[in-house]
Design a protein around this ligand. Structure first.
Ligand SMILES: Cc1cc2nc3c(=O)[nH]c(=O)nc-3n(C[C@H](O)[C@H](O)[C@H](O)COP(=O)(O)O)c2cc1C
Length: 308
């Protein structure tokens, strides 16, 4: 399961794991929020004994700040590795020279990695895109090789440029070039919504593994679907409405139980999650409108869901 800020919280991860997700990430942690002790950041680090194996991803731009944040973070969580976000396209992130900005500021990325790899005693990985604003495979391959030389343990590649956001096709060719240029594991990300998409990513790039991102929102069944398709070529099973309602109910229960946010924030979050699950059923737009406009509590949301 890919890291997704605002989505891959503990309730999401528990549901994903119950449905076959093999590995998850905490939601991305901003190094400054951690250093300055923002409550929400600490809330996002909530975990559970069943929430393993797991990694954490750090966002930031300053090598000393990143190290300070990583030290703090690693006292709070037990993770398999620390990932550095070099992929986030958000304007406010780029302005602070973090996320995908690091793709056009290689010296800054290398100093962050050198500092962390020297000082920390766990594997450090990077999540990159195939470029910032123009396709330049030689540049991204050189960067990947340099990161490997510094000591990065694996590379997660979202096969789009920063300027593409989340739209358009995936550049399998660029991921393949990165995979062929390094010896460390390379994982492909982008447009994985089915078993066929997963196989296409593996076949076209030769990558060592894949990340499921938007394809897992309201669709935890995707993990088994991918596994079965790759193992046997079996077509995806239709998920019944009853199964969707049951799983959504459990997901909302987990949110109620685990998410430490204001009551109104919690209901807003539950609406978002309910809409994920119901997006492809008949009458989805009417249900979405009712959930958005007419619910003030978890019970209101459940009533609409159970009446479907
Ligand atoms: C809502 C949302 C939040 C995301 N947050 C992060 C993040 O915090 N860190 C990260 O590396 N990638 C993040 N991503 C990118 C995904 O991990 C993934 O690489 C990307 O969505 C491409 O995969 P897809 O086309 O299958 O969705 C996010 C994507 C979405 C849609």
């Amino acid at each position: 399961m890919a890291p997704m800020a605002g989505c891959t919280d503990l309730p999401f991860r528990l549901i994903a794991r119950e449905h076959g997700a093999k590995f998850c990430f905490y939601e991305m942690v901003d190094s400054n929020s951690l250093i300055y002790g923002h409550r929400e950041t600490y809330g996002n680090l909530k975990t559970d004994k069943d929430d393993l194996p797991i990694a954490v991803q750090l966002l930031g731009s300053d090598p000393s700040g990143m190290l300070k944040a990583a030290d703090k973070l690693l006292k709070l969580v037990k993770v398999s590795f620390l990932d550095i976000n070099c992929a986030c396209p958000a304007k406010k992130v780029i302005k602070k020279k973090s996320g995908a900005h690091l793709l056009r500021d290689a010296p800054r990325l290398y100093s962050i990695l050198e500092r962390l790899i020297l000082e920390l005693s766990l594997p450090v990985t990077i999540k990159i895109r195939t470029g910032f604003d123009k396709k330049d495979d030689d540049h991204i391959v050189e960067m990947a090789k340099h990161c490997e030389d510094i000591g990065v343990s694996a590379i997660f590649v979202h096969g789009r440029l920063k300027t593409q956001g989340y739209a358009g096709g995936v550049d399998y060719g660029a991921i393949k070039k990165i995979k062929e240029a390094v010896r460390i594991p390379v994982f492909g990300s982008g447009n994985i919504f089915s078993g066929e998409d997963a196989k296409l990513m593996l076949d076209e790039t030769g990558c060592d593994g894949i990340l499921v991102a938007r394809g897992g929102l309201g669709n935890p069944w995707i993990f088994k679907e991918i596994e079965e398709y790759i193992d046997t070529g079996a077509a995806a099973k239709e998920i019944s409405l009853a199964e969707k309602k049951k799983t959504l109910r459990k997901h909302l229960d987990y949110i109620d139980q685990y998410k430490s946010i204001s009551p109104s924030g919690k209901v807003g979050f539950m609406r978002k999650v309910a809409i994920w699950y119901l997006k492809s059923i008949p009458g989805a737009s009417d249900i979405r409108a009712r959930i958005t406009r007419k619910t003030k509590s978890c019970r209101d949301i459940l009533k609409i869901v159970m009446d479907i």
